[in-house]
Design a protein. Structure first.
Length: 201
């Protein structure tokens, strides 16, 4: 099992798959390791195939980490139709929806072009559960679709809620500024990012 995880993390999916196929019994750990490896290698069709196999041949209910991998593959391919099917599956199987799964759903919907629904899911999370990862995903979604004002507003909300921005936050903000020629604003974010990192260090 550890070898499958090791090969997957290195991107050697041929060896990871070979070891996986040789197992007589497979638990959620090995399924998750292989799925994650295929996502990292951007082999989305292999992820979808593995998910179908997990549900049918093994009669196994995939755990949340497998679902997150499948949602990541949907996001990479901007496959909204399949993403919606996975969302329906989550509801049907009554998965416990934690922050990681919510972040994956927000990321999938935003990258598939449905920013409004991504925002709807984002707003389901309230209070201290709305962490930097979730903010980053939503800010990046706004930036990707040219909604720089909404990205900046959400960044301001993030600061007001005392959620610490990180490098990912500023990459998304700078991307929004670059796309729309907001040079001065981009420079402000760049300066803020530098002083913030110094303060954190």
């Amino acid at each position: 099992m550890s070898l499958i995880a090791a090969y997957s993390s290195q991107g050697n999916m041929t060896e990871a798959q070979r070891l996986f196929d040789s197992l007589l019994e497979r638990n959620s750990v090995v399924w998750t390791a292989l799925c994650s490896g295929y996502v990292k290698s951007q082999q989305c069709e292999a992820v979808f195939k593995l998910f179908r196999e997990c549900r049918t041949k093994e009669a196994l209910v995939p755990d949340a980490m497998i679902i997150i991998s499948v949602l990541g593959a949907c996001a990479m391919q901007a496959d909204l139709s399949l993403g919606k099917q996975i969302r329906a599956y989550i509801l049907r199987m009554r998965f416990k929806v934690d922050k990681k799964l919510l972040s994956a759903l927000v990321d999938m919907y935003s990258k598939c072009g449905n920013v409004a629904y991504a925002k709807k899911i984002f707003r389901l999370v309230t209070g201290s559960d709305r962490d930097a990862i979730l903010y980053n995903v939503m800010i990046a979604g706004y930036a990707h679709h040219g909604l720089e004002n909404k990205a900046i507003q959400l960044f301001q909300e993030m600061l007001n809620k005392s959620v610490k921005p990180d490098k990912v936050t500023f990459v998304a903000l700078l991307s929004a500024c670059r796309r729309h020629g907001l040079v001065e604003l981009g420079e402000q974010f760049f300066y803020f990012h530098g002083t913030r990192l110094q303060h954190i260090a």
